[in-house]
Design a protein around this ligand. Sequence first.
Ligand SMILES: O=C(O)CCC(=O)C(=O)O
Ligand SMILES: [Fe+2]
Length: 278
Amino acid sequence: MQQERSGLFLWLTYRRLQRLAITAAMSRCPRDTSPRILVLRRSLLRTIALTQFRSSISRSCLNPSHRRRSAPSWLLPASTGASSSHSVDAYASETRELAYRLLELMAKAVGAEPPAVLLGVFQGQPQGMRVNYYPPCRQAADRVLGLSPHTDAGGLTLLLQMDNAAVDGLQIKKDGKWFSVNVVDGAFVVNVGDALEIMSNGKFTSVEHRAVIHPAKERISAAMFFYPCPHMMVGPLPEFVKGDKERYGSTSYEDFMKHYFATKLDGRKHLERLKLEQ
Ligand SMILES: O=C(O)CCC(=O)C(=O)O
Ligand SMILES: [Fe+2]
């Protein structure tokens, strides 16, 4: 019964979120012809030889407790500012509820007690949204990627692949091979980030992923990232170790993020650094 209720909750939430995300992403995606965006795309075209063919807009979607560090207004295109800000805020707050529910269910699934332990680490903490726009590119596959192989840094990522053009682009690496993650109508891709892999002592895995581009079709994705408390030590939580060995070292969140950015989207390199010899 409990499981059925959870399933229904997730399904209904997904439907509402999908509508919100499409409004939010469409009003902010780089097809928008505002001059700022055009500059971004031209510079991107000049650097195509660098392999990543993508423009993206990021915005921190802070919880009310972080409002004082709110996103600067220049992040929003002037013409769509008010309404897009509203839909991004609504999307952020609804995905937050979904992520919190998922964190509880995940902890419960692996027997961590109390199951709210993960929630405690993420509740009320920073959250960020990135809308990625991948233009079509005839040199797809062999020479140009949309987004380099990487893992996400934080806790959970809720990724929405816009399915209106049904273009697959997301790929994950398993046993050294890349596999496409098909766009499924009615589904979020839920990614575990590096911090969550470490905190769960490896019970959840941060998957290496990348985005490829299509030779003829554009693609849009919207990622919502949930980060842990920035003042904590990132290390295995005792509730997830229980009788097992600690499989990762601990480090301050600041140091953890510094190394994440220093590895510049290079597969699982950042994570491997903290793995302890077993
Ligand atoms: O576009 C995608 O499917 C992947 C996006 C992604 O991995 C990211 O923004 O971190
Ligand atoms: Fe990612």
